[in-house]
Ligand binder design. Structure first.
Ligand code: SF4
Length: 291
């Protein structure tokens, strides 16, 4: 008689997924391993930090009573957000020249001004900002995320809004971006017992609004996809099989120098990135045995 054994995973399986982790795994399993399993530190990037800054400015704007949601107050909120975030590593560790910092802040102000070309914030009936939401799928997979904004429309229906500070996507990428927002609809329905009537992406750089109405089919689709991604993640962890999948996203990947598709060695990623983090933070570097 042979004893049955349970295969032991080579990597720890994540306990939950998020729209961004699912997007990363689907785009490139190796980038997922670096980011979400090994949790390797990435140097902050100016576009991502600018997005954080603009999100906080708009959050502050919508905390205000509707009548006070003016462009002047939005720019004042941007300044407050700039001061609040200055000491955060996402900003303090950015290596920008004075000229680049000036461009960074000018761009952030342009994005805030463009927001007003998409909608009048005085009409937004805010229910929640930066809401932490989660849900469990039919197969017990936990998905978590943060909704930028949940509001009521003029008919009293729920609307989920996500701000995008990068450029508006091409048609192919549009569906991918909306897939993430549909997951928020699912979490919203599970948590609040009501399906949002609309999900919308506000692309501040264009400026442009992309709207979609979630349906039984779209929510069933994201639930099935979430379960399928988790099954694939578990298999990859079990087999230590996280293959690189080169695409246009490689141009924005923090791990490119360690990626075999670019002649790199994945095993060098952890010690190198931890040493760089210690250097950025001005801490003494730990001996390699500890990293
Ligand atoms: S460089 Fe491209 S293929 Fe390599 S890990 Fe990054 S996204 Fe994946």
């Amino acid at each position: 008689m042979t004893a049955e054994t349970t295969p032991v995973a080579t990597h720890p399986v994540p306990i939950s997924l998020s729209p961004s982790s699912m997007g990363t795994f689907t785009s490139c399993p190796l980038a997922f391993r670096f980011s979400y399993i090994e949790r390797l530190p990435e140097a902050p990037s100016a576009p991502a930090s600018k997005g954080t800054l603009v999100h906080l400015a708009l959050q502050r704007l919508l905390w205000r009573p509707p009548a006070e949601r003016t462009i002047e107050n939005a720019l004042a909120d941007l300044e407050t957000a700039t001061n609040e975030l200055a000491a955060h590593p996402e900003f303090s560790e950015l290596e920008l020249t004075d000229e680049e910092w000036a461009g960074f802040h000018a761009d952030a102000a342009v994005l805030v001004r463009r927001y007003f070309e998409i909608e009048d914030p005085r009409d937004v009936r805010v229910l929640g900002l930066e809401l932490r939401v989660s849900a469990e799928t039919a197969e017990g997979v936990v998905i978590r995320g943060i909704i930028d904004r949940l509001e009521l429309d003029a008919n009293g229906e729920l609307v989920v809004t996500d701000y995008k500070t990068g450029s508006a996507p091409s048609e192919g990428w549009e569906q991918k971006s909306l897939a993430g927002v549909h997951i928020y609809s699912l979490m919203c329905e599970r948590m609040f017992g009501r399906r949002p009537a609309r999900v919308q992406l506000l692309y501040l750089s264009r400026p442009e609004r992309i709207i979609m109405a979630p349906s039984d089919q779209s929510l069933r689709g994201v639930e099935m996809k979430t379960d399928a991604v988790m099954r694939a993640v578990r298999t990859a962890c079990m087999r230590d099989d996280f293959r690189p999948r080169p695409s246009a996203l490689c141009n924005f990947c923090s791990f490119q120098e360690f990626c075999p598709a670019f002649g790199g060695r994945p095993e060098e990623a952890r010690p190198t990135l931890l040493a760089r983090l210690a250097e950025r933070q001005g801490r003494p570097q730990l001996p390699l045995a500890f990293v």
